[in-house]
Design a protein around this ligand. Structure first.
Ligand code: ATP
Ligand code: MG
Length: 177
């Protein structure tokens, strides 16, 4: 296919400031505009209605976004069900990343899933090694594991300088979701 990258790289967006998911979606949107095949899996957002899901539907068939897992556990201990969902989703992410069917794969909040012990870091390293050569891979989420930072080609840290959350501003539809 004419649009394919010669070599796909590995990018990580991490840090405690706002913008990691937004940046990855911006990249997905850009790539989709060049007719790249784009797949985005959002971990731990199973119950959130995000604007990007509807926008992806409107952009067309070459931008697919799926949400997996439960958001609620983030404030509690992961349950056996959370682990089962994460393992299942991760197996699918691994298959899609190695399939060669996608030019860009975004695994949104995978860093957090690793941080919460839902996905072993060794398995993510294996996913990176097994990725199709032309597939660009983006991992987002706070607390990126040092071993993943080591393997990545690009790492950006979103650093919080100010956040309106601290002034009592709640998440807003269309801005945070
Ligand atoms: P976004 O999805 O807006 O790009 P993000 O992916 O960088 O943000 P996450 O770490 O995934 O941020 O956090 C999810 C949401 O929680 C974000 O919309 C962010 O603005 C919000 N948030 C960030 N910091 C805090 C905080 N200290 N307390 C509560 N919510 C926060
Ligand atoms: Mg995010």
């Amino acid at each position: 296919m004419a649009n394919r990258l010669e070599k796909g790289l590995v990018q990580i967006y991490t840090g405690n400031g706002k913008g990691k998911t937004t940046a990855s979606l911006g990249l997905a949107f850009r790539a989709a505009g060049h007719d790249f095949q784009v797949y985005v899996m959002q971990f731990m957002k199973g119950q959130t209605i995000c604007g990007e899901l509807e926008a992806a539907r409107r952009v067309g068939a070459n931008l697919t976004i799926e949400q997996v897992g439960r958001e609620a556990f983030v404030s509690s201990e992961p349950t056996a069900e959370d682990r089962r969902l994460a393992a299942e989703a991760f197996a699918r992410a691994r298959q899609l990343t190695s399939s060669g069917d996608y030019d860009l794969v975004v695994l949104d909040e995978l860093n957090c899933a690793v941080d919460y012990g839902l996905v072993p870091v060794a398995e993510v390293k294996e996913l990176i090694r097994a990725k199709a050569p032309h597939t660009e891979l983006v991992l987002t989420g706070r607390n990126a594991h040092p071993e993943l930072i080591e393997l990545a080609d690009l790492v950006t840290e979103m650093r919080e300088i100010k956040h309106y959350y601290h002034a009592g501003q709640q998440a807003r539809r269309g801005i945070e979701s």
